[in-house]
Design a protein around this ligand. Structure first.
Ligand code: CP
Length: 330
């Protein structure tokens, strides 16, 4: 693996198919969970630069811990808050607010680091710009070293890899592990427009894995891009979707078609214990941070069905497995 920006980058780890590649990488991540320091020499004398154009808690800390477990040094650079404002457009006339072109900055990161990891967010103003993934593509083009996405304009692959690790880990704990799980991605209310990244990425990974009945439920007009959801059952009826669910993934996203809008904030979409009673005692997941009693109720987050804390804990093993795979191939 050279870069990691979506599930498709896993193809290089299996000569069979993407589903097999996911299973191989999940096994690898869980082996790091069992023995975090077994590959301490892999990252010796290597350095990762983690560039943040946006805030983060879990992604930043888990990536630093993963790098440290592999014996690798990490340097965090909050580009958005502390660095020069970067320009990403080719042939830009830089007479506005941007100070340094990515064409000049990225090769320098390439000299300082062995891997760079970068977090960007979408503007939510221009769909074509956001879905072109210009920021991460420009880093790949100009850095000359492997690039890892810590969340891009449209995808959050380390989060989704974590989510599949968490689902497989839960399935291994169940007596009836052999049954095909029903996984539901449900839209939840929020107070401001959020990116589609987590929902896009979760859909992309669950579809690529192909070992679940996958249902997406959201209000009308909240359809995600078919590029990621194709293969899933999509319904506007949340109660119908939740029936017999084994896992419920809760997430807000803004509209995709009429881009970046909030049309709906009906609290009836928020998951509570009554809704959980329709499920197969489903485990409830969320990538965090979460707005309590807006996106998810206290009774769910503080109750026995929530696995959000162990899910966030697994971010370390996902990052470690990906960094190890890149280091192995360097
Ligand atoms: N889930 C996630 O990416 O969390 P952070 O924004 O805190 O990194």
């Amino acid at each position: 693996m050279r870069n990691f920006t979506s599930v498709n980058d896993l193809l290089s780890v299996s000569d069979k198919d993407i589903s097999n590649a996911i299973d191989i990488m999940v096994k690898k991540a869980l082996s790091y969970k069992a023995d975090p320091f077994m590959d301490q020499s892999l990252g010796k004398n290597k350095r990762i630069g983690c560039l943040f154009l946006n805030p983060s808690m879990r992604t930043r800390l888990s990536t630093e811990i993963a790098a440290s477990n592999l014996g690798m040094q990490s340097i965090i650079f909050n580009v958005g808050a502390e660095g020069w404002a970067l320009e990403f457009e080719e042939e830009a006339i830089m007479s506005g607010t941007t100070v340094e072109h990515v064409k000049d900055a990225a090769p320098i990161f390439g000299k300082y680091f062995d891997i760079i990891a970068i977090r960007t967010f979408p503007s939510l103003k221009n769909k074509d710009d956001d879905y072109s993934e210009l920021y991460i593509k420009q880093f790949i083009k100009y850095a000359g070293i492997p690039v890892v996405s810590l969340e891009s304009a449209t995808l959050h692959p380390l989060q989704s890899f974590t989510d599949i690790i968490t689902i497989q880990e839960q399935l291994q704990k169940q007596v009836s592990a052999s049954h095909k799980p029903k996984i539901v991605l449900t839209w939840a209310p929020h107070v401001k427009p959020l990116p589609q990244c987590v929902a896009n990425s979760f859909s992309q990974w669950i579809n690529a894995w192909g070992k679940a009945d996958f249902v997406i439920t959201h209000p009308e007009d909240y359809e995600l891009s078919e590029e990621f959801t194709k293969g899933a059952t999509i319904t506007y009826n949340q109660d119908e979707a939740l029936q017999n669910a084994d896992f419920v993934y809760v997430k807000n996203w803004s509209t995709f078609k009429d881009y970046g809008k909030i049309y709906e904030s009906d609290p009836k979409w928020m998951l509570n214990n009554k809704k959980i009673s329709i499920t197969n005692n489903a485990r409830v997941m969320h990538c965090l941070p979460v707005r309590r009693n807006v996106e998810l109720s206290d009774e769910i987050l503080d109750g026995p069905n929530s696995i959000v804390t162990s899910q966030a804990g697994n971010r370390v093993w996902a990052a470690q497995a990906i960094l190890a795979e890149i280091l192995k191939n360097k």
